[in-house]
Ligand binder design. Structure first.
Ligand SMILES: C[S@@+](CC[C@H](N)C(=O)[O-])C[C@H]1O[C@@H](n2cnc3c(N)ncnc32)[C@H](O)[C@@H]1O
Length: 193
């Protein structure tokens, strides 16, 4: 069976990330991906979960408490500033990241991820990603502002050097109403040129 979008996003990360590693949920929202990552990396690993909305941080905190997760730093800040939380001198290697783009379900649809901040965050993470590490983006583009974000992101990803990255697009092309799709970037080298 072909996997649905969210299942395939998690499947790709499960295939890549090992227990004990450090990962980023760049848009924690209602906490589903944060919980997934928390279980995946286990008690010796760590999850850095970002969101700009109070509601998202509160919702994710509740999920983590209910599931006894103690390996997550919840960060109420924009993912644009991700590297402030990974200072170079600490030399922490990032194994993977997920971005679930768009707006918080059942909430204010005007608070959305934007092309500039998303590209800034992806670029920062790619610089600090370990060799074979993976960044997965679930791209929702049916809402206002979604098309601009999709285009900004594709423009950035299309120019990534194929010697340094593999970039995958996965989605269902016969679905109506702007179905979401996955963009996944795997880093092939230890240090970028
Ligand atoms: C589709 S939701 C995420 C869903 C979430 N992954 C889950 O499992 O429930 C998108 C989230 O991105 C957040 N967001 C928007 N701009 C952001 C930014 N610059 N930095 C971090 N989070 C942001 C929104 O507040 C919203 O909660």
């Amino acid at each position: 069976m072909l996997k649905g979008i969210l299942n395939y996003a998690h499947y790709l990360l499960e295939e890549t990330i090992q227990s004990g590693e450090k990962v980023i949920d760049a848009t924690c929202g209602n906490g589903n991906d944060t919980l997934f990552f928390s279980k995946l990396v286990g008690e010796n690993g760590h999850v850095y979960a970002f969101d700009i909305q109070d509601q998202a941080i509160a919702n994710t905190r509740k999920v983590l408490i209910n599931n006894n997760c103690s390996n997550v730093s919840l960060i109420h800040d924009s993912h644009e500033r991700i590297l402030d939380y990974f200072p170079k001198d600490k030399n922490e290697e990032i194994a993977g990241a997920i971005f679930n783009l768009g707006y918080l379900p059942r909430s204010d649809k005007t608070v959305i991820t934007t092309p500039d901040s998303t590209v800034t965050a992806v670029d920062a993470i790619l610089n600090r990603l370990k060799k074979d590490g993976l960044v997965v983006l679930v791209v929702y583009h049916g809402h206002e502002g979604g098309k601009e974000e999709k285009e900004g992101l594709l423009k950035y990803l299309l120019q990534l050097d194929q010697k340094q990255f593999n970039v995958l697009r996965y989605g269902f092309i016969n679905q109506k109403n702007d179905p979401p799709f996955i963009l996944a970037i795997q880093k092939k080298v230890l240090k970028l040129k």
